[in-house]
Design a protein around this ligand. Sequence first.
Ligand SMILES: [Mn+2]
Length: 318
Amino acid sequence: MEGYDVIGDIHGSATKLEVLLNKLDYELDEVTDAYRHPQRTVIFVGDLIDRGREQLRVLEIAKAMADAGTAQLVMGNHEFNAIAYATEWPARSGKFLRPRTEKNDHQHHAFLEQVTGPRYAQYISWFRSLPLWLELDGLRVVHACWHQPSMDIVTTALGGNRFTSDDQLARASDPNDPLFTAVEVLLKGPEVSLVDHGQPAYLDKDGVARERARIRWWAADATTLRDVAMLDRTFTTADGSAYPDLPHLPVRAESRSYVYDGDVPVLFGHYWRTGTPAHLEDWTARTACLDFSAVRDGDLTAYRWSGEPELREENFVQ
Ligand SMILES: [Mn+2]
């Protein structure tokens, strides 16, 4: 095996996936009906589903590859949410780990419309088998954030990096349980409180007031609130004015603790990017986001890794 082709968040864009696989020289094997490359393996960073129009086809492609041994996957927050949406707790109570609210129904409706009948239970069961991260020889893959203390909590609670029972899923769905927080960090990324640092809340793109911002955990030299917190330029304060630049306040130690300081490169998705990797300010030689908003107008993006200890811009493929 010569290396891994790590592919970012797909969100039901099967056509873009097949174009990218062709570009990476994968071919459909007529016997297994799976895309394969003679020397290389795909790794999907999760979020195969939700939003897009070709979700069933994406699942068919990815599962055929996983079954044929030509791809591996990690779980994304959308797969986790799909499992929780499908899982009754307590059993046969009619209540679900992810409550069937109007908002949650809306986020998931395209999947529910496209993945129906016996396939629904089959794919949910397959999602449950996915690992929360992959530690490979010289490469790490996780959906949102590589954070060893969170992985230690998961490993203790699950006896590994996969869910094996409804009880574990219930703990991971309970905001009062440390397993919930650990899974959130790995699948959705860590956040920093703006309010605790004396800053105002902001309205996100859906007009929801939020007190916490995502942490740029890949920014090894970030020490102040402005460097650590990620805020979209479109966010406003509650009165509708542009959100002000954050001050260069030192951030609390807890938020700094998420910053990745390992030597092994980490590839991840989840953080909606636009444009091309060359235009990014914040990928580093050890961390790279592969989510370039394929389901909007962006390009589905891969990183072609062949054992290099430092990531290189020329190895991104869009
Ligand atoms: Mn995600």
